[in-house]
Design a protein around this ligand. Structure first.
Ligand code: HEC
Length: 197
């Protein structure tokens, strides 16, 4: 697509041959870096707006810290910093374990790494069921219940679960506006897609 040659030359002005696989990756990465979701109520709260969270969300935040959720879900993305076993205090029921995916074990082959996964980042978590690698849990409240029992050995009551869910809802930020990318037009000289053999 000849237009791409123009676009890539503009985007990578110092490259003699701007159309390279590495530059495709860089371009996609630069786009992905814009996919941030700032100004979640929790962010606003951290920045000093005491009213950005409701009383219930504040109660949920307190539980999230005091019960120990934040020991694994912390940092700028409220998780994603490290790997942990899925099932610390209790083995999850079989239906919650992903089929054909033993997590870190696939990489390290160390038996202790069976069902060890990255602690999920919890930003925007309310927007993306189903939960866990198995994708078997559709309700955030149920996911909170599972986590407290298998990761912390704690049985939360109904109100506590609702409070934590309310807090998790405060992690939903402002979604980016994305312009739908229009591909340049094909020309007679545009090669057809090919798969290298
Ligand atoms: C010992 C570390 C640890 C603790 C403590 C912990 N979690 Fe997790 N959490 C994880 C891991 C690891 C996963 C990913 C499991 C998977 O993908 O199968 C996860 C996944 C989740 C998910 C699903 C996110 C998604 O996108 O699928 C939610 C929600 C969650 N945790 C909330 C909590 C809450 C609430 C608490 C406290 C009650 C808690 N976690 C305590 C490690 C932990």
């Amino acid at each position: 697509m000849t237009d791409y040659i123009v676009m890539f030359s503009k985007a990578f002005p110092n490259d003699a041959t701007p159309i390279t696989f590495d530059n495709f990756a860089k371009a996609i990465e630069a786009f992905e870096a814009t996919l941030i979701t700032p100004a979640a109520p929790f962010d606003q709260y951290l920045e000093g707006d005491a009213y950005a969270l409701s009383a219930q969300q504040k109660a949920g935040l307190k539980l999230f810290i005091e019960k120990g959720c934040s020991s694994c879900h912390n940092g700028i993305n409220v998780g994603g910093q490290d790997y942990f076993p899925f099932g610390v205090t209790e083995r999850p029921t079989a239906s919650l374990l992903p089929r054909d995916d033993k997590g870190r074990f696939a990489v390290t082959k160390v038996p202790n790494d069976e069902y060890v996964f990255r602690s999920a980042p919890l930003r925007n978590v309310a927007l993306r069921p189903p939960y866990f690698h198995s994708g078997q849990v559709w309700s955030l409240k149920q996911a909170v219940g599972v986590m407290s029992e298998i990761q912390l050995g704690v049985k939360l009551n109904d109100r506590e679960k609702d409070d934590i869910v309310a807090f998790l809802n405060s992690l939903t930020g402002q979604l980016p506006k994305i312009d739908y990318p229009i591909l340049p037009a094909r020309t007679d000289t545009t090669p057809k897609p090919s798969i290298e053999k």
